[in-house]
Write a protein that binds this ligand. Sequence first.
Ligand SMILES: [Zn+2]
Length: 317
Amino acid sequence: MRDRVLFSLEGPEPGPTLVVLTAIHGNEPAGVEGALRLVRGIKEAGGLRRGEVVGLVGHRAALARGRRYLDRDLNRLWTYSPGEVAHLREGRERRALTRSLATIFRRARGPVRLMDVHTTSGLGPPFTVVGDSEWGRAMADRLPVPRVLGLARRISGTISEWLDRQGVGNLVLEAGAHTDPDSSHRTQQVLRLSVTLMGLVDAGALDEAAATGELMSLTRTLPPILELVHRHPVRAEDRFEMRPGYRNLAPIRKGEVLAHDRNGPVHSPLNGWILLPLYQLQGEDGFFVVVPARRYPEDGTLRPAEEEVLSSRAESG
Ligand SMILES: [Zn+2]
């Protein structure tokens, strides 16, 4: 089994620390591979200039078995106290992971930021999920992939939410499909850009222009900021089954049959783009619907997009 600490790089000068958290879902090994590729790139470029980059494995036991989780989803139980989840295998993983994070905080020579890397069961382009972290929002602004607002508020118990409460700047990256060999490559590209934007290496050292160009070519037909407006929850007894072939961020129409469950067809409630369609057995979210965000929420409040704007954008997208 892999060590929890995948690597730890340190620059000669003090500076911020970037923690790359991988495989908090054990069936998402592309994050591990992408983080290891980042390390090779940094070493080839002569190492970090300042600060630190640390790679962590979130769920070691599930990663070893290739499963999303064993007893309960490790990325849904961060609202509980450690005692409440101590009987779960995920409770033990969480305790060990928080110990690793505490060590990183103790040793840090500057602010600590965390990038939580995921992949999805459906194919599709990379995107970021922006929560309440100011650093996360600022970083998402600079990365050439779409960012999704509002998802963080619909899913409770994530490590991202927990980090927000601790005041730790963080951002979630969804890098593509679990099974897509490009997912680790995209992870590496986004991490290269992040390391460069944080000033941990000199501009140009990690060839960020090429990474920017490649990522932009994957996402240029999409609005840069999307807002989540619908979640379809599922329980095991629903016998929920997505219709095959939906990619992440594919345009969908109001009334379109997206899935079937024990009550019959499941329709899209509005025009927009589908997000995170469920093509695996484990999971509590059937799919989400996102629409273009009207504007960036400077005051923290979101304005729902107008229906007519949505439909015209959906057709051109
Ligand atoms: Zn995940």
